[in-house]
Ligand binder design. Structure first.
Ligand code: GNR
Ligand code: NI
Length: 169
């Protein structure tokens, strides 16, 4: 069982900008394993270290139904953006809320694998959207920052109300 708790909006810790991972880091393997358990249990298709209160530049992603295609991205950077696309996004840190967000259609990403070796690849479709969503987390941003303040404030109020209700229950 995972001991990691996923922080929820409007928790201020989701606003921290994460620090690069320095290699070698002997805590990396454990952190990634714990994050995978938390992401699969949720379930989600991506999870950034910031969401589990570890402000390191690292996220994981798995779009497979079988939950057996885990991809790990350490110190990721977008090198190129192409096109624009809109799709409905959700976030494990903004539970139950979904809004349309505009993203780049295609990206060229550079990142380190778990061994600290630099990789580079183009991504499109849901993978590209998820990667941009996770990169936002590493910079303290959430998908609700891409929508109107009115909608964001409504979501904040709803989540705070739900939290209070669960506390008194
Ligand atoms: O599980 C998730 N689904 C999702 C759907 C559309 C766009 C982005 C995402 S990421 C999200 C998991 C999450 O919150 N990652 O940070
Ligand atoms: Ni998210």
């Amino acid at each position: 069982m995972s001991t990691l708790t996923i922080l929820e909006f409007p928790d201020e810790r989701l606003r921290h900008c994460a620090e690069p991972v320095s290699f070698p880091d002997d805590r990396l393997e454990n952190l990634i394993a714990d994050m995978a358990v938390a992401m699969y249990a949720a379930p989600g298709i991506g999870l950034a270290a910031t969401q589990v209160n570890r402000p390191l530049r690292l996220f994981i992603m798995d779009l497979s139904k079988e939950q057996n295609q885990l991809q790990v991205f350490v110190n990721p950077e977008i090198l190129e953006n192409q096109g624009v696309t809109s799709s409905e996004e959700g976030c494990l840190s903004v539970p139950g809320m979904y809004e349309t967000v505009e993203r780049s259609e295609e990206i060229l990403l550079s990142w380190c694998n778990q061994q600290g070796e630099r990789q580079q690849q183009r991504f499109e479709g849901l993978e590209a959207i998820c990667i941009q969503h996770e990169l936002d987390h590493l910079d303290g941003k959430l998908f609700v920052d891409h929508i109107s303040r009115l909608k964001r404030d409504r979501i904040r109020k709803k989540l705070l109300k739900l939290k209070t209700q669960s506390e008194v229950a």
